[in-house]
Design a protein around this ligand. Structure first.
Ligand code: MEV
Length: 327
């Protein structure tokens, strides 16, 4: 018996960082998926082959998962398996992964891998795919590994679509967003979410009132979107994105390249533009009418970005009949 599952990446539309501090955010899933193939094995150990993560073969006894040095690339899969393998401590698992997207983009490949590992193990143990349990377990995995984080990547990888989200899944509701008008720009720089979260946390210790006011403002603009989604014009949605970018600049999580891409997109006719995710690198988003799309894409490229072809708001974790990477 073997199981293949896949889960999408994510992009935060509004409210990143503030979501770690209790505010709502908006997130959407990205068409590039992470695929994971799992086979039960007789020896009680975890074996992982993840060539795109530069892991040719990684093995560890189930009883030792989470102990000792855990390589960064393996941490999410190892902790995810640790959280579920107690159900069948004598059955090992051999996992292979294949990613349609580079870990560079910041689409959340580690979170997608954790979601896939939990979803695959659930089914290997003869249980039906239970999205709420997948979310809870994979969110626990993020907390095990990072000690921080809202779980927004896990929510997008698990449930897919576009969601209003609050940390830990306190709020998880589908919502409409003008996804067809969004353009994604990749900055060419890999950002390390935990490093940035720790820097922001350090600033929050020195200026607690200032940072909590910034988070509250971000929460207000997300709520404004959620409350008025049906009546906001596309230009107003763009304005909310610009306000959000201003607050992210205030947190000092943008970068020269990201800000240049954002301003170039606006100058080329975008209604609004902002970075997406932790910042300092990864991706930005621009909202533009169809007639301005080519100009905005060119402006982003000229400012040093790359415009990957993606579809947004796609299905969350699912079981696959087969995948060419695993024949
Ligand atoms: C990263 O994708 C989004 C952040 O808000 C971190 C998190 O929510 O865990 C920066």
């Amino acid at each position: 018996m073997s199981i293949i599952v896949s889960a999408p990446g994510k992009l935060v539309l509004l409210g990143e960082h503030a979501v770690v501090h209790g505010q709502p955010c908006l997130v959407t899933s990205v068409s590039q998926r992470l695929y994971l193939h799992a086979v039960p094995i007789e020896s009680p150990e975890l074996i992982v082959e993840a060539p795109q993560l530069h892991v040719s073969v990684y093995r560890k006894p189930l009883a030792e998962l989470g102990e000792g040095a855990v390589p960064k690339a393996m941490a999410f899969i190892e902790h995810a398996v640790r959280r579920v393998c107690f159900e069948r401590p004598h059955i090992g698992v051999h996992i292979r992964t294949h990613s349609e997207f580079s870990a560079q983009y910041g689409f959340g490949s580690s979170s997608a891998a954790a979601v896939c590992a939990v979803a695959a193990m659930q089914q290997l143990y003869g249980n039906p795919l239970d999205l709420n349990r997948v979310f809870e377990t994979a969110y626990g995995t993020v907390r095990d590994v990072q000690k921080t984080g809202s779980g927004v990547d896990i929510a997008a990888a698990t449930y897919g679509g576009t969601l209003v989200y609050e940390a830990g899944g306190r709020r998880l509701e589908p919502i409409a967003f003008p996804l067809a008008e969004l353009i994604v720009g990749y900055s060419g720089v890999k950002a390390d979410t935990v490093t940035i979260l720790n820097e922001v946390a350090d600033r929050a210790r020195r200026y607690p009132d200032v940072l909590s006011s910034i988070y509250a403002l971000m929460g207000q603009l997300v709520r404004r979107y959620v409350d008025d989604a049906a009546t906001l014009s596309i230009a107003e949605v763009g304005e909310l994105m610009n306000l959000n970018q201003g607050l992210l600049e205030a947190l000092d999580v943008s970068s020269t390249r990201l800000s240049a891409m954002v301003h170039a997109a606006r100058a080329a006719g975008a209604y609004g533009a902002k970075l997406s995710g932790a910042g300092r690198g990864d991706c930005m988003l621009a909202l533009a009418a169809n007639r301005s799309r080519a100009d905005v894409e060119e402006a982003i490229t000229t400012a040093g970005g790359e415009v990957p072809a993606v579809r947004l708001g796609v299905e969350g974790v699912r079981t696959e009949a087969s995948h060419p990477a695993f024949v």
